[in-house]
Design a protein around this ligand. Structure first.
Ligand SMILES: NC(=O)c1ccc[n+]([C@@H]2O[C@H](COP(=O)([O-])OP(=O)(O)OC[C@H]3O[C@@H](n4cnc5c(N)ncnc54)[C@H](OP(=O)(O)O)[C@@H]3O)[C@@H](O)[C@H]2O)c1
Length: 335
């Protein structure tokens, strides 16, 4: 770390979402980044440690004693807690605890990686209950109740990664029509937002670079809100391959095999006896109901202004990345 650099602590910095943030922050010498990870020898940690200005801090980010060491000398915090690993209850606890530690350690700016509070947006109709969204949404509400002095906070609220089109959202061949790909989700006529992760990293950088505008805001980011029939059409335009959207029921969705055990609990780092944990079926039913009913909204004019170079459509992303519908690994946890 150079003398003039400001130190950012990245929680979740080795993940699909954290890596582009760490890269964007370390892209010139303004910030140094300390990435906390359970395993300094992982492919992701090794890749990040080869970037100038990035240091790897080995330890568990859900452990108070470890965090107190990791916070030493830190001026900025980017926190993406992992609700899939720890469950909703622990995600609420650690989101708030990270804010409190940041205050205690005199951090200059706290950036929380938020998600939509689906239940609240859906007037607490249980059909929208989604553990991994609601947990972060509750932390965001907590942050909004905090002052912006002495420590400014910001929230960067995202959505499904567009890269997931090669993993959790990938198309599969039509069983009766060879050459046609099927994009199947329980989305009805709804539009689902997708975010290009490299742009996500750039928004995080903008938040730290532009405190006069980013302090005390929740920035909702996405590349595009897209109906799946338009996504299938974009795929055909870009690849020349025929594709269709299949609007499926939740039961059909969980039979696809995307989640090998739909009735297993989410929160593999928690005790399976924790009765607050959701099953994949419960969690992702609420999740798709939320997008199907268009509960959320983004301000694309604002995003264009903040990041004029942003990828503006799914089609543009498909062209840029030469997307072909083939599987690729996105989430660290899936590896
Ligand atoms: N998938 C999506 O489309 C999407 C979109 C928006 C938000 N999210 C949210 O992002 C979070 C997950 O982050 P990600 O997408 O970057 O996932 P990922 O690629 O699977 O990475 C998981 C991250 O969590 C860290 N982690 C810390 N303790 C962990 C534990 N006990 N078990 C597993 N991982 C642990 C990992 O660090 P080490 O392994 O290095 O310790 C790694 O940085 C979730 O809260 C999810 O809701 C996901």
């Amino acid at each position: 770390m150079l003398g003039s650099q400001e130190l950012v602590l990245a929680i979740g910095g080795t993940g699909a979402q954290g890596i582009p943030v760490v890269k964007a922050l370390s892209s010139n010498s303004k910030y140094a980044v300390r990435v906390i990870t359970r395993n300094a020898a992982s492919t992701e940690a090794q890749m990040l440690s080869s970037i100038a200005g990035v240091e790897i801090f080995e330890g568990d980010s859900y452990d108070e004693a470890t965090l107190r060491k990791a916070f030493d000398g830190v001026e900025y915090v980017f926190a993406n807690t992992n609700g899939f690993a720890i469950g909703e209850k622990a995600e609420i606890y650690w989101g708030i605890r990270l804010y409190e530690l940041a205050r205690e350690f005199g951090v200059k700016h706290f950036l929380y990686a938020g998600l939509e509070y689906a239940s609240k947006l859906g007037n607490f109709d249980p059909k929208y209950r989604t553990g991994h969204l609601d947990g972060k949404g509750k932390v965001v509400d907590y942050l909004k109740a905090q002052p912006v002095t002495p420590m400014p906070w910001s929230v960067l609220t995202s959505c499904l990664y567009i890269e997931g089109l090669s993993e959790i959202l990938q198309p599969f061949p039509h069983p009766k029509e060879p050459g046609t790909m099927i994009f199947a989700v329980p989305l009805g006529e709804g539009k689902c937002p997708l975010i290009y992760l490299e742009d996500y990293g750039a928004y995080a950088r903008w938040i730290f670079d532009t405190p006069n505008r980013s302090t005390g805001i929740e920035l909702h980011v996405a590349t595009e809100d897209i109906a799946w029939k338009d996504l299938a059409a974009a795929f055909t335009e870009v690849t020349g391959q025929k594709a269709v959207y299949q609007d499926i029921s939740l039961d059909e969705y969980f039979a696809l095999g995307i989640f090998p055990e739909p009735d297993a609990k989410i929160g593999y780092s928690s005790s399976p006896d924790d009765s607050t944990l959701f099953t994949y079926r419960e969690n992702f039913s609420g999740f798709w109901n939320c997008w199907k009913d268009n509960l959320t909204k983004r301000d694309y004019d604002l995003l264009d202004e903040i990041l004029p170079t942003r990828v503006k459509s799914v089609k543009e992303w498909m062209t840029k990345t030469k997307y072909d519908g083939k599987p690729a690994q996105v989430l660290k946890t899936f590896r």
